[in-house]
Ligand binder design. Structure first.
Ligand SMILES: [Zn+2]
Length: 254
């Protein structure tokens, strides 16, 4: 069967002398591995567009009995020219792509996740202020898509409204959301978060798209808090997420 669909390239690896194997997150078929014969030959039309983070239009031959499908066409469908202009953007884009890879089983389409990833890469590419904020938006909404939307209004333990701590003190967090004062006092919290960081996460959760996140200007301390909390939520729910390749690669470069 010939399949024509849009896809975001998650990763690629060299194969034999001139070919490449790529993992694609396709709109219509979910995650698919394809063989691109001759893709590393400089004259190949397949190779140019087949790069991680690219959103491409592809045609491949699909045979259900096979793990690897044969790619015959690949062209850039939605360019993200800004993604490769600096390390922050590349790291944010790669983290979104690797998280998508980690949560996606083979051949299960997820149009909501496809839209989220595409919009995130676009927001990171176009951002003029803080491109990395789009990754926080992505992570927060990814948690929702996989069924673990963090609760930031009601206590995650007893479901009573978690009213702001008096005097602007830190709020306590449980496994997947906020704790009320009563549950915090019982020592059920796993970590604390400043009121400022909580307010930003609530805004990100309610924002309509990742572009609005890149327009926020957040202090480094707040960004650090948000990144840490989201990473802990994700680690609790996504298998095999101990180290994202993009993080280890980029932290060793910086
Ligand atoms: Zn409670």
């Amino acid at each position: 069967m010939i399949v024509k669909t849009e896809a975001i390239v998650l990763r690629t690896m060299k194969y034999r002398e001139t070919s490449r194997i790529a993992t694609l997150f396709t709109k219509e078929r979910g995650k698919i591995s394809v063989l691109a014969k001759g893709a590393r030959d400089g004259r190949s039309r397949l190779g140019g567009a087949l790069q991680p983070m690219n959103q491409v239009g592809v045609i491949f031959y699909m045979k259900e009995s096979r793990d690897l499908q044969l790619l015959t066409q690949c062209d850039v469908a939605r360019p993200f020219p800004g993604l490769s202009t600096d390390l922050d953007r590349m790291a944010a884009g790669m983290a979104a792509v690797e998280l998508t890879d980690a949560v996606s089983p083979a051949e299960e389409p997820n149009s909501e996740l496809f839209r989220l990833l595409s919009a995130t890469l676009d927001a990171v590419s176009r951002a003029t202020k803080q491109p990395g904020n789009a990754l926080y938006y992505f992570e927060l909404h990814l948690l929702g898509i996989i069924g673990f939307r963090p609760d930031l209004r009601l206590c995650t333990v007893c479901r009573s409204p978690a009213t702001p701590v008096r005097g602007g003190g830190d709020v306590h967090l449980g496994r997947n959301g906020i704790l009320c004062a009563g549950c915090s006092a019982k020592g059920l919290g796993m970590e604390t978060l400043s009121q400022t960081a909580l307010a930003v996460i609530q805004r990100l959760q309610e924002a309509a798209d990742p572009t609005s996140a890149t327009r926020m200007v957040l202090a480094a301390r707040v960004r650090g808090e948000i990144a840490g909390v989201l990473r802990r939520f994700l680690l609790g729910h996504v298998e095999g997420l101990r180290t994202l390749r993009s993080e280890s690669v980029f932290s060793s470069m910086l």
